[in-house]
Design a binder for this molecule. Sequence first.
Ligand code: ATP
Length: 416
Amino acid sequence: MLIGIDDTDSRERYCTTYIGMLLMEELGKRYKMDTPKLIRMNPMVKYKTRGNGGVSLRVMEDEKKLTENDIDYIKKTVINLVEKYSDFECENTNPGIVFLSEKNYRKNKEILKNYYKKVLYDIITVDYAKKIINKIGGEYIIYKKGHGIIGALGSISSVAPYTYELLAYRKKENWGTKRIIDDKSVVEMDKKTIPFTFNNVDGEKQIIAPNTKCPVLYGIRGIKKDILLDAMKMVKCEEIDKYMIYKTNQGTDVNLRYMKIKDIYPNTGVIIYGTVVNNPKDIAGGIVVFEVEDNTGKITCVAYEPTKDFRNIVRKLRKGDIVGVYGTVREEPFEINIEKLKILKLSKEYIKDKKCSCGGTLKSRGVKSGYVCNKCGKKIKYNEIKLIEVKRDIKEGFYEVPPSARRHLSKPLILF
Ligand code: ATP
């Protein structure tokens, strides 16, 4: 039996993964449980609390089928905990639960796979999720507007690739207080476990702790469960209450698709290849912009202020460079928010050689009169002046925004 849960928390309290962990404990007393999943969906969804994540669990039935009593017990346990740990007072919290039998899960793999793509690439409605749940013989429970069923089914429907996240939870009496985590120990842990863990630090600062008042103390992301357990032991921090390792789609880029520019639409994730149309410009707010074109159209690409030094790479692009741009598409203004930049081919850049053979300087007198030396009076036609190739101070290669500016779903270069 599969159980999906989403949209239970607010920025003020709780976390859907906490309910998932409590359910793993409770249901694990009676049943064999699969690794729980924390699945991120389209990051362009407007009413997300943080990272648009939905949780799902699977009660394994390989040895014994569930009876009506079992199913009843499981449903009641899920409903009780969702009702106990949902922030119903928050306007933006609209919990949803989805139940799906093992039989219907196996029978509808294709429909679920397509739903997973849709929930990653597009913005969908509660009605659409209801339609799919009915079609595959699932059951849903809706609270308030019930947005949560979208992500609850999204989590159930996910397929590989996966990574893992170890979530450590705080003692209840500490919820809402300042988290105690020793930055240095996280930096050390990062050095010792990389590349099997990722996005732990930005420079000398740990970035494994959330900023909200939720029960999570920290989350360590990685690609091997046993290394996550070692990493947990290396982090010096306040006393941990409980922990859980989730299977996730974080750090996989599964929300991005190769697209031709003419096919791009708002609120989706893309990878495009094209030529830089103009030299990048700095605009208000620390934003750097440039345009890219392919054989179907042109689109603006943007690096925002939080991407910090990454903007220095972007600033060095020049007209004619051939690049791949990875990112999500904003609606207004319609542009790509760059997450990664692949510089495939640098164009050649030239400057005019204004040094005359006599040692003087060639001064421009306009397109018609060309250049005249200020020392010996030698004349050169405007378009006959010698050009010198400038060495570009950037290399072809793959570049990414700093860890603190990365989306949960962004695949860090270290995992390529
Ligand atoms: P947390 O990570 O703390 O659980 P969150 O960032 O996941 O919070 P939610 O509170 O879960 O945010 O809100 C996101 C809402 O968006 C959920 O109701 C979820 O069902 C819904 N949702 C997920 N994917 C889509 C999508 N592609 N289109 C429309 N709604 C979606």
